[in-house]
Write a protein of this length. Structure first.
Length: 500
């Protein structure tokens, strides 16, 4: 861990919040929701006067739907979105045929959600903010960060307006141009995926049907264009790339209408409204560190993706999901601060892999399919993943893997996992003895009992192929932390993660 920055003694006052979250995008809001349900005092500050208004990150992958299930917003996400429509290729005003943009598997009991699920980013943020407010939290808008310093006790943030904020920890969720990352002096390494600009806009086109994702291939005169209906709205997301790197994209309504008319059979007048527009040059970048002292980077502040493959928002939300339970555990005093080091240990390699995937999809080197669903992401190499079984088949569930769903013996596993707790899952194996331990200092040498494990709920199911048999301690973020044929050896692990 890098040495923290230091403030003068005058700023070393008692923290007024447990966690300061800078940025009210998907990562910041998901983290705030996760912390709120753990009773953590989190302050979310946003430099803008309102939530981000555009559709930018519109594809929610199956693994992220599982996160939304756990955070209590899946029903709202499902109600506000819809499955991705089949692509329709156009040429000279005529439909040329369907184009399957995604390789989608059938849902199974182990993987109940398939995707992607389309929901505009602004709607996702509204859903998360609504959940945060249900839990007693909120966002403070018009708070632009100007300074950040830290000492042994906490972090002090200053803003263009309003008082300083003092918190025990801070999280940068303020996007690819992160002010926090700049103030920390953390660099990024990356590459240009495409040197030419891309236009993205939310438009209304009543003349275009909403049954397909409309695709207009490139020609000698201009680049590719796609017009995607956004479920739950009257809007389409327009994406158009330009072949000349020197192009200055005209973001005015007339400029956008000209792009649509030039590249399709539609007229400028068919675009009745332009609701939001932006442009960018696709690139990838990975922060050199995800933690510096008491400050963490999450989401686009830590990794910037090409939008191809729909990995940016999803990776960002899962950063928050990984960090939230660890902050909660340390803030409760149940585990040493060293637990927070595992955030970078686990998430930075995942982010690097997702950046590579996004780039390959953008360049047409890999289809959108199993990898982009993020169901296979795990932490087998993490110091938090301990598997005591000696011999396992190659396809066996291991410590670090995502814990599958399923229903056995009247228990649905995702129902058992849902919430901010750990789950001690026994599969066709005798559960550890459930007995009370009334001593002030419980004996930690023997196998753990159900009553001795803090913040842990038991679940028992008969044999299930997705798990095999044995004992599995499932983390609050739905990954297997510890696995064994029996509970022998679990006590030491449980103590290290704050369960004893």
């Amino acid at each position: 861990m890098s040495d923290p920055m230091h403030t003068t003694p005058a700023t070393r006052t008692t923290p007024t919040s447990d966690v300061l979250i800078v940025g009210a995008g998907p990562a910041g809001l998901a983290l705030a929701v996760d912390l709120a349900r753990r009773g953590v005092r989190a302050l979310v500050v946003e430099r803008s006067s309102a939530l981000f208004p555009g559709s930018r990150g519109k594809g929610m992958q199956p693994r992220t739907l599982e996160v939304m299930d756990d955070l209590g917003v899946l029903d709202a996400v499902r109600a506000a979105g819809g499955p991705a429509p089949v692509g329709m290729v156009w040429s000279e005003g005529s439909r040329q045929g369907e184009h399957r943009m995604f390789d989608v598997s059938e849902p199974s009991e182990a993987e109940p959600y398939q995707g992607p699920w389309l929901i505009p980013q602004w709607r996702t943020q509204e859903v998360l903010l609504g959940r945060l407010r249900e839990l007693g939290g909120d966002v403070t808008f018009d708070r632009e960060l100007t300074g950040l310093a830290q000492d042994a006790d906490g972090v002090t943030a200053t803003f263009t307006t309003g008082p300083q904020v003092r918190a025990r920890y801070a999280v940068a969720a303020d996007g690819g141009r992160s002010t926090v990352r700049r103030l920390l002096g953390i660099g990024m390494t990356g590459e240009a995926v495409d040197p030419s600009p891309t236009l993205v806009a939310d438009i209304r086109v009543p003349a275009l049907d909403r049954d397909n994702w409309h695709l207009f291939p490139p020609t000698d005169e201009h680049g590719f264009m796609a017009v995607c209906p956004l479920p739950g709205t009257d809007d389409f997301q327009l994406a158009a790339n330009f072949t000349d790197p020197d192009t200055i994209v005209d973001l005015s309504p007339d400029g956008i209408r000209k792009v649509v008319a030039t590249r399709s059979h539609l007229t400028p007048e068919d675009v009745t409204e332009v609701r939001w527009a932006s442009d960018f040059r696709p690139r990838t970048a990975l922060a050199h560190r995800f933690r510096q002292g008491r400050v963490f980077l999450a989401g686009d502040a830590a990794h910037v993706h090409s939008p191809a493959g729909g990995q940016g928002l999803n990776t960002s939300v899962q950063d928050a999901y990984n960090l939230g339970w660890k902050l909660g555990t340390v803030l409760r005093g149940d585990a040493d601060e060293a637990l927070l080091d595992t955030y970078e240990e686990e998430r930075r390699p995942v982010a690097a892999a997702m950046l590579g995937l996004s780039t390959r999809v953008h360049r047409g080197e890999e289809r959108r399919g199993r990898a982009t669903e993020q169901l296979g992401i795990g932490y087998r190499d993490s110091s938090l993943s301990v598997d005591t079984r000696d011999t396992l088949p190659s396809d066996a569930l291991r410590a670090g893997d995502r814990a599958p769903d399923g229903r056995r013996g009247g228990v649905r596993l995702f129902d058992a996992f849902r919430g901010p707790h750990w789950t001690l899952l026994t599969v066709d194996t005798e559960a550890p003895t459930d007995r009370s331990d009334t001593s002030d200092k419980p004996d930690r040498s023997g196998p753990p009992t159900l009553t001795r494990l803090k913040n842990t709920r038991p679940a028992h199911i008969p044999a299930y192929a997705a798990y095999g048999t044995g004992v599995f301690l499932v983390r609050p973020d739905g990954h297997v932390g510890w696995a064994g044929e029996t509970a022998t050896g679990l006590t030491e692990y449980a103590a290290g993660v704050g369960l004893l």
